[in-house]
Design a protein around this ligand. Sequence first.
Ligand SMILES: Cc1cc2nc3c(=O)[nH]c(=O)nc-3n(C[C@H](O)[C@H](O)[C@H](O)COP(=O)(O)OP(=O)(O)OC[C@H]3O[C@@H](n4cnc5c(N)ncnc54)[C@H](O)[C@@H]3O)c2cc1C
Length: 273
Amino acid sequence: MNEIRTHTATVVRVDQLTPRMIRVTFSVPDYAGTGHADEWVPIFFGEPGDHRQRRNYTARAIRPDAGEVDVDFVVHEHGLAVDWVRSATPGQQLQWWDQIGGSYGPPADTDWRLVVGDIAALPAIGRIVEELPAGERATVVAEVFDEADRQEWVTAGDVDVRWLHGSGEGRAPSRLEEAVRTFPEPDGQGYIWMAGETRTVRATRRYLRHERRLAGERYSLTGYWLTNADDWAARFEPIAAEMEAIWTRGEAEGRDLEEIIDEYDTALDRAGL
Ligand SMILES: Cc1cc2nc3c(=O)[nH]c(=O)nc-3n(C[C@H](O)[C@H](O)[C@H](O)COP(=O)(O)OP(=O)(O)OC[C@H]3O[C@@H](n4cnc5c(N)ncnc54)[C@H](O)[C@@H]3O)c2cc1C
């Protein structure tokens, strides 16, 4: 196993934010953020370096002076991370891999933003909204199971939040792709950020790139989780090497990232994934 660098994160507080969301405040004294509003941390729930037991979570709030980072966990039915958070108590420790990521980055000439996601995306959406400066415009479409999942955010920006209830979350088909397709785009340059169930996100990316023909810098879409993840992983396993080769070959050839993603997604579609 390659040597990897981690930060030790110690649980300070555990709060029930809404019926389906638990906030854990960690003490991570050496944590340095990326500056991306949707920045995420790969967390090991088993041995550091065992990527089968790693899950990604958003750094919902960072308080460098206190050395604290909040992470909001969706309480879905079962899973390594969710089982851990159900019984999390102060003093417990996890290892955070130092490979922090982030993708939210509207180009400087952006006039409006469309920010779309499901309940797992609420931590990132909350940060995007809260960090929006005065004069910047965003429409948020957030899909949650019912009204109790709603959150409120304070922002200097000009933000319109629309909640969708009763769809998505793996229990009913998501309406997020439809929300993007039917969004009445304002004049000027836009930027679309989306995160949520991976197949929904993939279908929406296909629309934006191949039907709407947006340039790659005008959107940033990230698949956060998969319905029936175990079944998906079992069917992915036999083609894992072939899929990895798509990335290595594409990068070695210096191809455009969006083209590589096209090839990758087509291969997933072919495999029924
Ligand atoms: C960049 C990034 C940032 C993320 N940020 C957050 C965050 O801040 N908060 C957060 O809660 N999640 C976030 N996620 C999603 C989170 O990593 C996944 O939901 C993860 O699969 C949860 O791990 P688990 O061990 O609990 O479940 P797993 O062991 O991965 O899955 C077990 C079962 O639960 C199902 N499942 C997994 N996630 C969900 C879900 N959200 N809703 C319904 N069913 C689910 C799977 O289909 C599977 O059948 C983020 C993901 C990414 C990629």
